[in-house]
Design a protein around this ligand. Structure first.
Ligand code: HEC
Length: 139
C-alpha cells in the first residue's frame, strides 16, 4: 500500500469516527438519557455470576441482610422470595443496589436506610450484576 493510500484511509476513518461521536453527543440525546455511560455499564454486565455474587454478598450485605440473605430483625429484610426483587429485572436490581433507599423514600417500609452499594463504594458494575444474579437465584 502506498503512503498516500494509508494517509487517505486514516483520514477517512478519523472523519467517520468524529461524525459518529458528534451524532451521539448531540444535546438532544443527552437530554433524553442523562447517564448513557452508567446505563451501558450496567446493561453490559447484566449476565452476572451467582457464585461470585454470593461471596460479594457475604462481605458487603450480610451484616444487615443475614449470612444467607434471611434478613436481620431491625435491619435489612429477608431477600428470599422477595416481592420487590420479583417485580424488577436484574439490571434494575443492580441499579437499586447501587442507589440504595433512603429513610424518606416513599417505598421505604422499615424506617431504616439501605445505603448505596450497601456502604461499599468499591463494588463495580460487574460486582452488582453478580450480586443481582445471586439474589435472583433465591427467588
Ligand atoms: C446498613 C444495612 C444494610 C446493608 C449493608 C445493605 N442493606 Fe439492603 N436494605 C437495608 C434496609 C434497611 C432495607 C429496607 C429499606 C426499606 O425499608 O425499604 C434494604 C433493602 C434492600 C433491598 C430491597 C428489599 C425490599 O423488600 O424492598 C434489596 C434488594 C437489598 N437491600 C439488597 C442489598 C444488597 C445486595 C446489599 C449489599 C450490596 C445490601 N442490601 C446491603 C439495609 C442494608
Amino acid at each position: 500500500m502506498t503512503h498516500k493510500k494509508i494517509v487517505f484511509i486514516v483520514t477517512f476513518l478519523l472523519l467517520t469516527l468524529s461524525l459518529v461521536v458528534s451524532a451521539c453527543g448531540g444535546s438532544a440525546e443527552v437530554v433524553e438519557n442523562p447517564d448513557p455511560v452508567g446505563k451501558t455499564e450496567i446493561v453490559a454486565a447484566v449476565d452476572g455470576n451467582a457464585d461470585a455474587g454470593q461471596a460479594l454478598f457475604a462481605k458487603s450485605c450480610a451484616a444487615c441482610h443475614g449470612a444467607n440473605a434471611e434478613g436481620v430483625t431491625g435491619l435489612g429484610p429477608d431477600l428470599h422470595n422477595n416481592a420487590f426483587i420479583g417485580g424488577i429485572d436484574d439490571a434494575a436490581l443492580a441499579d437499586f443496589i447501587a442507589a440504595g433507599r433512603t429513610v424518606n423514600a416513599p417505598d421505604n417500609t422499615t424506617g431504616v436506610a439501605m445505603p448505596p452499594k450497601g456502604g461499599n463504594p468499591a463494588l463495580t458494575a460487574n460486582d452488582l450484576a453478580d450480586i443481582a444474579a445471586y439474589l435472583r437465584s433465591l427467588q
